[in-house]
Design a protein around this ligand. Structure first.
Ligand code: FES
Length: 324
């Protein structure tokens, strides 16, 4: 068993179904090994899936896409990413029906705001997964919503038939290879006052949707997004953990958070993707360059060099000392 000091409660599950959704996306069904009901969650929630990959304990966040009311099983979808650090490849190539995995309890950083008069959802690619659970919840409550879903092509799009059959005209699908584009400005201008916007997808699409809405005067509190970054690889480096009195090495394909965990030091996290702020760690001193990759800290905080988000950020230089 890989060493880790993570003492948060976990859920042991068995993989009971794996479905090829597209050539790149697989859906996994997890059922609890103890047969007890799983914790309820709300649309937009994710779990962190633990994967023991040789000496490395990987923990990747995946959005829950099942109906939030279902407590007998959770479903996630994973897109194969051969250029990533290995988590998605592990899920695709090593996990089979019957595999035992461990999950965090669900956490929701992308909740629906039920005060909204209408919910306008945007998804791109695998960003459809939280949206599926959100729509299921909105439909259950009878709330007004519509989805605009951008895909590369009919074959690459996940869950297209399910969406068309379940939600009919409330879903619009835009296929890149057919030259179809979300008519964003027109759509945004046509919404009733009090509409909330939700977007999940590739970074470029999210920036486009959010900046267009901001430019048209949408209030910031009506804009919701979820963007988990994959921790980037880089040169190896060393970190001194002052409170734990340890010096640790961070490997080229390891995040600082993973290295801290592997050293047996308890370190908080929720998203593991630079979004939630939970892993924020005080920098005591450094001689080099902090490579901030999160989108939680402000530009001023990045420049100040007094905080770092070890789930996605790295370091280059002679010495980094953290208060951990
Ligand atoms: S765990 Fe969420 S920002 Fe690091």
């Amino acid at each position: 068993m890989t060493k880790s000091a993570d003492r948060t409660p976990k859920i042991d599950v068995r993989v009971t179904q794996i479905v090829d959704v597209t050539s790149e996306i697989k859906r996994f069904r997890f059922e609890p090994t103890d047969g007890k009901p799983l914790p309820v969650f709300a649309g937009g929630a994710h779990v962190v899936v633990e994967m023991e990959d040789g000496d490395t304990l990987r923990r990747n966040p995946y959005s829950l896409m099942s109906s939030p009311g279902a407590t007998d099983a959770y479903n996630i979808s994973v897109r194969r990413d051969p250029g990533g650090r290995g988590g998605s490849m592990f899920m695709h190539d090593r996990v089979t029906v019957g595999s035992l995995l461990r999950l965090s309890h669900p956490v929701n950083l992308f909740p629906i705001d039920r005060r909204a008069r209408k919910h306008l959802l945007f998804a791109g690619g695998i960003g459809i997964t939280p949206t599926l659970a959100m729509m299921s919840e909105l439909a259950r409550y009878g709330d007004a919503f519509e989805l605009n879903y951008a895909v590369r092509s009919e074959n690459d799009g996940a869950y297209l038939d399910q969406l068309r059959n379940t939600y009919g005209k409330r879903v619009s699908i835009y296929r890149d290879d057919q030259g179809e584009q979300i008519p964003l400005t027109t759509l945004l201008a046509a919404q009733p006052l009090g509409t909330h916007l939700y977007v999940c997808g590739p970074g470029g699409m999210m920036n486009w949707v959010l900046s267009t809405a901001e430019g048209l005067g949408w209030p910031a509190q009506n804009l919701h997004s979820e963007r988990f970054l994959a921790p980037p690889s880089g040169s190896p480096y060393e970190v001194r953990l002052a409170a734990s009195d340890l010096s640790i090495k961070v490997g080229p394909h390891q995040s600082m958070l993973e290295a801290i965990e592997a050293a047996g030091v308890d370190a908080p996290y929720l998203c593991r993707g630079g979004a939630c702020g939970q892993c924020e760690t005080r920098v005591i001193s450094f001689d080099g360059t902090l490579l901030h990759n999160d989108h939680y800290l402000t530009d001023d905080e990045h420049a100040g060099g007094q905080k770092v988000m070890p789930c996605v950020s790295r370091f280059e230089g002679r010495e980094l000392v953290l208060d951990r």
